[in-house]
Ligand binder design. Structure first.
Ligand code: BDP
Length: 599
């Protein structure tokens, strides 16, 4: 029932209308998974409490049993369907539900979806009446297993079942992004792909439109510049628009055209219309260079997280604006959506502001050797019939397809990351990943593909990087190894990097960082102090600057973030340049001096 790959985000146009269902929903935990058989969707939940949508539910109550809850979670609300929606096709659209959900409209089960960070929707036309109320019930489940992306395992403890996982951020869950009712005409535009290019002053926008219930109708396309002037038109579902005097999208310069797609009948009446912003730019890997619009690009920025106090992993426009303001202040030109697809609003904002994105799936923690007990749940083999297996790979493949289907038209996205720090030095890893690179390339031949390599698979031992167009490395010389010894770290790091540089591919350092407790100072370079973080970054920058193949540096992390608790984490991961509430550490000023020519 999953409808993963051919949906357009709800939009208000002259033929379409949306109603956002954010606010307070009824909410109930269902530890025994009894609600489905008991038919909780058939009426009001038995003993609900209020819950905010969008939000992670974990930190909103004063109840430890809620914070660490794992299992079935029910969300419910009623909504009045707009009275003007007669004869329209009505869909119910979730931007995300973490990590999976089944949804009912009144008594009718309408959709199920696996994966916590990509959208899904159902055609609910036959179950709704314009002007009347309907009950919407979502059974969300936040359990991680060996067959989920990301993976995890439920272990029995003295206190009951506990969720373990191999990734270093708290397993926030719930409905993290907006839920919509949306109306479109029956004859409609269903999907749209654009690929751009240019030669000299002439740009091109290749488009492919999919439609439904559209017999005898014509697809028309109109491209307008940022001032609203029509610059090209087309007819037919596929084609290429020629853009004279092209104004390119470029890093730091988020120039966007508007592509309007119309479905028109033979009397010229527009039955459906949809708008897609288009940034005309090219991306190419050539030798050790990463080219945007033919110019070498150097990534400056961070691995980030969707993570805030109170709301957890929920999207919030206020935090979106603040984070991008800080990126601008510090001189970052890019970031990675570590370690899952972010809200579509984030990508739209990046498009408009010329920020470059490495877009990552939620495949994090496919590495049971990592952490030596830090993240719990040790004692497993990563790739085996009982752990990460062929079923997992199918789920992973679907996650890649859904990410690309959702984000393919964003000019800000220049590179796909199909996994973060998986085991990559074994035959099992090679076999697991080879077909996944094909999945990504088939879904999008226009962008390079890579994955993020872990320190446990250093140069010479990694068997997966052979498939990647770009090498992405996470390294912690001077932190997890050579702790406190920056001189030794510099030598070891330089040596390893020199090895990678011999591969002839561009290298992006996707993580380097040191935990730093804001306000902790020291005269001599002591780990955890603000001074050490600055010295650690300086050392790394010397190493990068000496290596021609390095085309980017993403500090881990933009801000401190919540993790599972354990002996290695004090109130979360503290490698942020900013604290969790976005106050700058000394490192933020140091990065600003390096990244901003005018600072
Ligand atoms: C890497 C992971 C990242 C962690 C980071 C760390 O990619 O998610 O938070 O190291 O240890 O292993 O701080």
């Amino acid at each position: 029932m999953t409808k993963g790959t051919t949906m357009l985000r709800p939009q208000d146009t002259s033929t379409r209308e949306t109603k956002r269902l954010d606010g307070l929903w009824s909410f109930e935990l269902d530890g025994d998974s009894a609600g489905r058989d008991a038919g909780w969707f058939r009426g009001p939940l038995p003993s609900p409490r209020d819950m905010a949508v969008p939000a992670s539910f974990n930190d909103l109550t004063a109840d430890a049993a809620v914070r660490d809850y794992v299992g079935d979670i029910w969300y419910q609300r009623t909504v009045r369907v707009p009275r003007g929606w007669t004869d329209q096709r009505v869909v119910l659209h979730f931007e995300s539900a973490t990590h999976r959900a089944t949804v009912w409209v009144d008594d009718h089960e309408v959709v199920s979806h696996e994966g916590g960070y990509t959208p899904f929707e159902a055609d609910v036309t036959e179950f709704v009446t314009p002007g009347e109320e309907v009950r919407i019930t979502a059974l969300v489940n936040n359990t991680l297993s060996f067959q989920s992306i990301p993976p995890g395992v439920i272990e029995d403890t003295a206190a009951g079942k506990a969720q373990r996982y191999w990734h270093d951020f708290f397993n926030f869950a719930g409905i993290h992004r907006s839920v919509w009712l949306a109306a479109t005409p029956q004859a409609r535009i269903e999907n749209l792909t654009v690929v751009t290019g240019f030669s000299g002053d002439v740009g091109s926008v290749d488009f492919a439109v999919e439609t439904a219930d559209s017999d005898g109708l014509e697809v028309r396309t109109v491209l307008r510049d940022a001032a609203g002037r029509e610059v090209a038109t087309g007819s037919g579902a596929t084609g290429s628009l020629r853009v004279d005097d092209v104004h390119l999208w470029a890093p730091g310069h988020g120039y966007l055209y508007d592509l309007e797609v119309q479905l028109v009948d033979d009397t010229g009446v527009v039955l459906d219309t949809y708008h897609q912003s288009v940034g005309i730019r090219t991306v190419e890997v050539r030798g050790t260079e990463f080219l945007i619009n033919g110019d070498p690009f150097y990534f400056k920025g961070f691995g980030m997280h969707e993570d805030h106090s109170t709301i957890g992993k929920a999207h919030s426009p206020a935090h979106l604006v603040q984070d991008f303001e800080l990126l601008d202040w510090i001189g970052a030109n890019s970031f990675r959506t570590s370690h899952y697809p972010y809200s579509e609003d984030v990508l739209d904002y990046a498009d408009r502001h010329g920020i470059v994105i490495i877009d990552e799936t939620a495949a994090v923690g496919l590495n049971m050797g990592l952490g030596g007990g830090i993240f719990g749940g040790q004692g497993y083999t990563t790739f085996s019939p009982d752990t990460i297996n062929e079923t997992t790979r199918e789920v992973h493949a679907q996650a890649i397809r859904e990410l690309i289907a959702r984000d393919k038209n964003h000019p800000s996205v220049v590179l796909w990351s199909i996994a973060n720090e998986p085991e990559s030095d074994t035959e099992g890893a090679e076999d697991y990943f080879r077909p996944l690179f094909d999945v990504a390339r088939e879904a999008d031949p226009s962008r390079p593909v890579g994955f993020v390599n872990v320190m446990l698979a250093p140069h010479g031992s990694c068997r997966v990087s052979q498939f990647a167009d770009v090498l992405m490395l996470n390294r912690y010389y001077g932190w997890y190894v050579n702790t406190g010894d920056l001189a030794g770290a510099e030598i070891a790091w330089t040596e390893e990097l020199t090895g990678w540089a011999s591969e002839g591919k561009p290298i992006i350092i996707t993580e380097y960082g040191a935990d730093t407790l804001a306000g902790n100072h020291s005269l001599t370079p002591q780990p955890w102090s603000e001074e050490y973080q600055v010295d650690y970054l300086d050392m790394n920058h010397r190493v990068f600057d000496a290596c021609e193949a390095v085309v980017g540096e993403h500090v881990w992390n933009f801000a401190d973030f919540a993790t599972t608790s354990g002996i290695m984490r004090v109130d979360g991961n503290k490698k942020g340049a900013f604290t969790r509430d976005r106050k700058p550490k000394a490192a933020a000023f140091a990065l600003r001096r390096r990244w901003r020519k005018d600072a």
